[in-house]
Design a protein around this ligand. Sequence first.
Ligand code: DGJ
Length: 710
Amino acid sequence: MIHYLRAAGVSIVVDTRGTGVPAVLHWGRDLGALDGPALESLALTTVPAVAYSSIDEPLRLSSLPTFGEGWSGRPAVQLFRDAAGPDGPASSRALAAPRFELVAVRRDPDAPARLVWEVADAEASVAVITELELTETGVLRMRHVVENRGVGPLGVGRVAVVLPVPPRAAELLDFSGLWSHERRPVRRRLEHGVHAREGRHGRRGHDDAFLLVAGMPGFGFRSGEVWAMHVAWSGDTELWAERSALGPATLGGGELLAPGELSIPSGGRHITPWVVGVTSHAGLDGLSERLHPWVRSRSTIARERPVVLNTWEAVYFDQSLDRLEPLIAAAERVGVERFVLDDGWFHGRRDDRRALGDWTVDTATWPDGLRPLIERVHEAGMDFGIWVEPEMVNLDSDLARAHPDWVLGRPGDPAWRHQHVLDLTAPGAADHVFARLDALLSEHDIAYLKWDLNRDLLGGSAHAQTTAAYGLIDRLRARHPGVEIESCASGGARIDLGILERVDRVWPSDTNDPLERQSIHRYTSLVVPPEYLGAHLGAARAHTTGRVSELSFRFATALFGSAGIEWNLAEASDAELEAVARWVGEYRRLRPLLHGGTVVRVDPDDPAQLVHGVVAPDRSHAVFSVAMLGTARSALPPSVRIPGLDPDRRYVVRPLELGAPVRTVQVADPPWFAVGSLESTGRILAEVGIPAPLLAPENATLFELTAVMS
Ligand code: DGJ
């Protein structure tokens, strides 16, 4: 049978006829209503001629392409049997070129958006069950289950998802980055061969490929056909794009496994992470339009994201009730809703060289425990959150002294930020951490955990450690379902759709420098809705870069996320505190829009000008930001185009003041500013745009748009 799954303008056609491995014949735009004969005819149109010097039958790209099918590209599956094992060398040969045959196809009429099929290689005693789902917003999810039906263990080298993309998808975009400079976009052409990105950090890493996009050359945020893949897994991953010299182009992805890392015992099974595929004919924003509603629909919390104050850049390790009191008072004054005590509260933690693992309250810093602090925070009308780093240990800790065998790796292995990985797979280790965290949460009124992870693994099995970390989070969530968790990993080194099934917020970067954050948010939010992205107002001089920024630029940047403050407000002037209070007020007023709307990013007419916004689902309300990241290319930068509105409705556009002046380089504002507002249609706003004040570099201004009631 040929299966045709359709949702929100996307379709996927899967051919499960015959005895071969099912093939994805089409993944892209909806092809309209197609009946059985039309699908048969579509299938025929996908069968190519036979080339000289190739296999003697038309090439068929199955959903598990391997050498055994005549596919000389990157194989989707690599499985091994121990040649010295009970199956002997014959079985090893079979696995080098598996010959899978279709065993079963399941499509439940009550769940038509889901398709499952099973293939097996009887000689090799291996079966692979593939699950495919197309969500309501057109997001494709696929994963495999590998079953070892043989006698000896089955080694797993790779079990990836491979999807075809059309040859016109000849330009690639993916990401690299550094600590405090995450998700730097990289574009290149896809030529013959493989462009592969491998993450070997044991976490996603700052240079994470994140999302691999293949599209029509020149695709942008608002235009161009694009196909993209993401691996929903927080350990080692691989993502690749391949153009075979034979012709077909593919995207592939899955967990990256080290040789010998994963073995399935006889009778056992391995379930791969989900691989997410998303396509759009309306550029990168079209990808977010599919992903954001889906991620939101799976959210673990149903609450509004509170305004946070985090103590890290305010006081670092210098914690005490006296030290924090002015910060709490200032937080209360400006309207903060959650107070988060960062690193430094636990037994013996004076700096970042010691104590990780000892998750009891330090009695020198907190002689009466944390309760007086928590009570004070509650009295000030805020809930309380706390920092932990459960997967790590310092050698200088009671835990490491008691259980040196729980320190991952071998003695003498390099430390990283003076710390080592706690081997969560060691008997008793995960239970111990769970018990400590459970006690912390049971004994205190804690609403939120900032769950950090400040080093790469560099040893052990990334698969086992990631699985154990997920297990620990899941167990804790089950015990404390009301506690929200943020995934932080030295900033943005663990952001993926696997961790997002378990957490409510991610920390995109350790930098609070708004200039860096503008770009980090623009690209992280391709996949992750803005309300998941912790966005803090830092001090005027950013601690990570030393750059000094206007308060208005910091306001405008942190508005578009899960907003917070990470600045010692006790040192802020009265005027600054008033401005912050106004910003918090505006953020809270706009929060339903900012956290539930459609993200719109404008393709820049001037590379220094960065325009983005959020439009309400009914397109009646929007907020846009116009930022100048550097010096404008011309004295009069282009008018600001505002797409994504209803073209036929009229909107009132108003400058949105957040309480701090914006620095301009101009004699006078555009005349419409004197009137205070401007009225125009969505179509004109998208096509012609509006003149904005001439901003000095590293400044941003905001506009609020409201549809006129007709
Ligand atoms: C790294 C995090 O990203 C910071 O925000 C802070 O929590 C420190 N760790 C604390 O050690």
